[in-house]
Ligand binder design. Sequence first.
Ligand SMILES: NC(=O)C1=CN([C@@H]2O[C@H](COP(=O)(O)OP(=O)(O)OC[C@H]3O[C@@H](n4cnc5c(N)ncnc54)[C@H](OP(=O)(O)O)[C@@H]3O)[C@@H](O)[C@H]2O)C=CC1
Ligand SMILES: O=C([O-])CC(=O)C(=O)O
Length: 252
Amino acid sequence: MIKIGLLGCGNVGRIIATHAESIQVVAVFDIIQSRAEELAALCHARPYTDFDAFMREDFSIVVEAASVDAVRHYAETVLRSGRDIILLSGGALADEEFREHLIEAAREAGRKIRIPSGAIVGLDNFKIGQVSPPRKLLLRTTKPPVSLGIPVATRMEIFKGLAHDCIKQYPKNINVAVALGLAAGRDADVELWVDPAAERNIHEIFVEGDFGDIYVRVRNVPSPENPATSYMAALSILTLLKNLENPLVVGT
Ligand SMILES: NC(=O)C1=CN([C@@H]2O[C@H](COP(=O)(O)OP(=O)(O)OC[C@H]3O[C@@H](n4cnc5c(N)ncnc54)[C@H](OP(=O)(O)O)[C@@H]3O)[C@@H](O)[C@H]2O)C=CC1
Ligand SMILES: O=C([O-])CC(=O)C(=O)O
């Protein structure tokens, strides 16, 4: 059974801890002690607020479900300790210098950085953009006011621009845009909308290239404990973990 260390004991961390069937959560880490203790009790793991002590535990993979800042602070140490890392806050990799540095650390340590599809779908075949660059790559995200923490009376566009700028302003809401760009091999254009009529977190992806065109719409149920985060993002991590050691690999 794969042993994991869980970095971040919030909404996604809790879903992973309560659905950990094909994995063993050995240790959990959060800056808030009560959260770490509560989650550890759920999955019979050991709780830590001291990162160095957490890292002394016996696990082979760290699952990050914390924040863009946490990735910047801890990811390199994880890789250099000889562990793989799964990043849900993949928006941290929008910073090209940091990204290259982290990839180099992974290469030197012989480890892997994994970015799950998270709250969108189809990341595997958006990778065709690395072979045949798309003419258009746009993510239009629409969330309810509660997800963005922006109370509005009517539908409003709150950002239009490139993913690497959007993630700086909305680090808890648009990691998906950075993941899409990393898959497709170029920064994605982003429109971020807040809509009081929306009950779900909606991600629409538009791609055009030599292959033809794609339109994907995902209508995600917000997580009850953190409406900014779609429930599907947690399921995506659980699925990645379930398949890590499966000899049958489905998808590009
Ligand atoms: N790629 C994707 O498709 C998606 C990515 N995400 C991202 O996944 C991450 C987790 O989501 P979710 O569980 O809903 O978020 P939560 O805010 O519910 O949980 C995150 C937890 O990690 C803690 N934390 C934050 N920074 C650090 C740090 N530097 N060191 C230790 N603990 C830290 C938080 O503490 P505190 O509350 O005090 O900050 C909180 O307890 C977020 O960054 C989110 O934006 C979410 C959905 C989709
Ligand atoms: O969960 C979502 O819908 C997307 C999200 O928060 C993110 O990418 O950070």
